[in-house]
Design a protein around this ligand. Structure first.
Ligand SMILES: C[S@@+](CC[C@H](N)C(=O)[O-])C[C@H]1O[C@@H](n2cnc3c(N)ncnc32)[C@H](O)[C@@H]1O
Length: 195
């Protein structure tokens, strides 16, 4: 079965289409938010790797008084006055400068680098992206703030995870039900930044 055929049969893909979400990824965020209480009213959220936009869509649908800053190389489908889009690569200086204009209550990242299938190359790409995200969190997440960061299961995951454990009062690695079982995808949950 090719990817398009698989997608047509996929429960979460069909559910997202029916409920008007741009991507099946929405159900990963919904599950993690329901379980770990990451989001709430009256907050400012950074959504890294925002496109096509289902995570931001979920936040804007569920909470009235929120502001979402989305960042991606690709344009999102979202149009909402509470949503600001920054177009760019988060590893570039220019994009980081724009991101740093705000301080965030919650930082989310569903970004994933382009993978080649060559383990060493992919591990380096994942590691570099995760270091960039960690740096953004250190510089712009408010104390007391929460995060969810996609981290593919790779050789330096424990090293990165230890950094999160130092920064948050609660930390967990979590694989949501909508995450494809055979994929290496896993999320780092961080609650209540303490340092
Ligand atoms: C799985 S998609 C995110 C789906 C999104 N959470 C949603 O619910 O619609 C991953 C996104 O990360 C973006 N991305 C990957 N690397 C990036 C980088 N270095 N800077 C900015 N965006 C990046 C990709 O362009 C892609 O749109």
């Amino acid at each position: 079965m090719n990817w398009k055929e698989w997608r047509k049969r996929d429960y979460y893909y069909k559910k997202a289409k029916k409920e008007g979400f741009f991507s099946r990824a929405v159900y990963k965020l919904a599950e993690m938010n329901n379980k770990y209480k990451i989001l709430r009213e009256n907050i400012i959220v950074l959504d890294i790797g925002t496109s096509p936009g289902s995570w931001s869509q979920y936040i804007l649908n569920k909470y009235k008084n929120v502001k979402v800053i989305g960042v991606d190389i690709v344009e999102p489908k979202i149009r909402d006055e509470r949503y600001i889009f920054i177009k760019g690569d988060i590893t570039s200086e220019e994009t980081r400068k724009q991101i740093m204009k705000y301080k965030y209550d919650v930082i989310l990242s569903d970004a994933c680098p382009k993978l080649t299938g060559v383990k060493d190359v992919d591990d380096t790409r994942i590691y570099e992206l995760l270091l960039s995200i960690l740096d953004i969190i250190k510089l712009s997440l408010k104390f007391g703030g929460n995060c969810i960061v996609k981290a593919l299961n790779f050789s330096n995951l424990q090293e990165i995870f230890k950094e999160y454990e130092r920064m948050f009062s609660f930390c967990k690695l979590f694989k949501p039900s909508a995450s494809i079982k055979r994929s290496r995808e896993i999320y780092i949950i961080g609650r209540k930044r303490i340092r």
